[in-house]
Design a protein. Structure first.
Length: 207
């Protein structure tokens, strides 16, 4: 049915619920409009709309049966960018197939190699790198959030982290793996983790 319609470049249609016949078609070779549009993706077509009468000619980019919309690229094939017009199927008064798609559908269905415009290959390595970086940033941000601590404690942590490496050890703030600050995070709550490292201890107390 659809093959007979596609072989006839003079195919016409009228209305959303109407049917399509080609020149010389028998009455039992009628094709529904939505089927004709779906089978014409990639082909050059001309449609006339109603109630506002206008004619659009170009390459049928897609025919969506869910939204009942068609998208037609009216740009010249040599242009790098498309000029797309989206039209409700219900507004299509007549439909004419000007020329078939330069590529034919494989037996197992459409292929990405036939897509219009062309679908470029994805750089999977770059995508995996971006994914890993995003996960690392999320994990780092989560590690910087104290669990079960007050807002004041988090503010102290954030302030120290601007100038020194810092991490959480339960409710305690560990600075440069040399000084630990316990609640309530006052200067007197600082204690050295490395014996004899008074410089780090004094520096943290000043912060």
């Amino acid at each position: 049915m659809a093959d007979s319609k596609r072989r006839s470049p003079e195919t016409r249609a009228a209305g959303q619920d109407s049917t399509v016949t080609g020149q010389g078609m028998a009455a039992d070779m009628i094709v529904p409009l939505d089927v004709a549009l779906s089978d014409s993706i990639g082909s050059r077509i001309r449609i006339t709309t109603a109630p506002v009468s206008s004619t659009i000619e170009g390459t049928l980019f897609t025919a969506d049966p869910i939204t009942n919309l068609v998208a037609i690229n009216t740009a010249d094939a040599k242009q790098p960018h498309g000029d797309y017009h989206v039209v409700p199927v219900s507004r299509i008064q007549s439909f004419q197939l000007i020329s078939l798609s330069p590529s034919t559908k494989p037996a197992d269905g459409p292929s990405f190699s036939d897509a219009v415009p062309a679908v470029q290959a994805l750089d999977l390595r770059a995508l995996k790198t971006r994914e890993a970086d995003a996960i690392a940033r999320l994990q780092e941000g989560e590690a910087r959030r104290g669990k079960g601590v007050t807002r004041e404690a988090q503010d102290i942590f954030d302030a120290i982290s601007r100038t020194m490496p810092v991490r959480w050890d339960g409710p305690n703030i560990v600075v440069a793996d040399a000084v630990a600050i316990s609640a309530p995070y006052r200067p007197d709550d600082c204690r050295p983790l490395v014996a004899g490292d008074t410089a780090a201890h004094l520096r943290v107390r000043k912060v």
